[in-house]
Design a protein around this ligand. Structure first.
Ligand SMILES: *[C@@H]1O[C@H](CO)[C@@H](O)[C@H](O)[C@H]1NC(C)=O
Ligand SMILES: *[C@@H]1O[C@H](CO)[C@@H](O)[C@H](O)[C@H]1NC(C)=O
Length: 235
């Protein structure tokens, strides 16, 4: 029982690390299976050492099975707005990433590990990735270390840290997420959080040109946007 839960928790967090490893490798044009695997394994061995929980401490509220959130992201002054549609029952997750005065990028992740990154403009850019783990589980914050309370964005929050990967801030009163920060410094500010909101099926259609073998010329340009985008799930 315990080991199954631990596996699930770690797999969820590991997904992000794996995504980052994958995309970082892609960015520097040296993507190899071995480099991803190596980082993944290092992460795994570290994470099993850092697990502890103390009785009486608050625990993060699990994510609702369906929600829509608008996030403002800041990564070293690069700003994005992300529409996040989390849809656990249907095994899918969407990040619709608006770069400030720039590209609108769609990052659609399926629970079977298939992920598509595309634009819907005349450039018809699309690339895909096959990850070994699916979308974040609603309880992906289980086992996080409680760090106490802090004011952030004007809200009093409980703060947790998940295996040196993400710092997560949740409103003490409403239990809604307010803010999270990845170890890279990329930060998300939660602007809206609509529990139960679901995007209709038609909006989850990947454009036909994603299945056209000739449209991957801009793969690197897309990967650049996604490196920042995928980390939003982020978690
Ligand atoms: C974005 O983050 C940087 C620090 O990385 C900060 O100096 C800047 O003020 C932030 N911008 C906004 C709009 O929050
Ligand atoms: C994963 O699921 C999506 C949506 O159902 C599908 O389009 C895709 O082909 C699947 N990928 C694999 C590897 O089965």
């Amino acid at each position: 029982m315990i080991s199954a839960t631990r596996w699930q928790t770690e797999a969820a967090a590991a997904k992000h690390l794996q995504q980052m490893a994958f995309l970082a490798a892609k960015l520097i044009s040296t993507a190899t299976a071995s480099s991803c695997l190596c980082i993944f394994l290092i992460f795994f061995s570290l994470s099993s050492l850092t697990r502890s929980s103390t009785e009486g401490e608050p625990t993060p509220t699990p994510w609702p099975h369906q929600f829509h959130a608008i996030l403002f992201m800041n990564y070293s002054g690069i700003l994005q707005k992300i529409d996040l549609w989390y849809d656990w029952p249907n095994g899918r997750n969407f990040n619709i990433i608006q770069h400030q005065l720039g590209k609108l990028l769609y990052d659609l992740e399926w629970n079977n590990g298939t992920t598509f990154f595309y634009t819907l403009d005349f450039n018809k850019e699309c690339s895909s990735a096959q990850l070994e783990v699916g979308i974040l589980r609603p309880n992906w914050l289980d086992g996080a270390t409680y760090l106490g309370q802090k004011h952030v964005d004007g809200f009093l929050c409980n703060v947790w840290q998940k295996v040196d990967f993400v710092w997560y801030y949740e409103d003490v009163v409403t239990k809604r997420p307010v803010h999270w920060v990845f170890y890279t410094g990329r930060e998300a500010h939660v602007m809206t959080f609509e529990v139960g909101a679901a995007l209709e099926d038609a909006e989850w259609q990947v454009p036909a040109y994603c299945f056209d073998k000739n449209t991957n010329a801009d793969e690197l340009a897309i990967a650049d946007g996604v490196l920042r985008g995928s980390m939003a799930l982020s978690m």
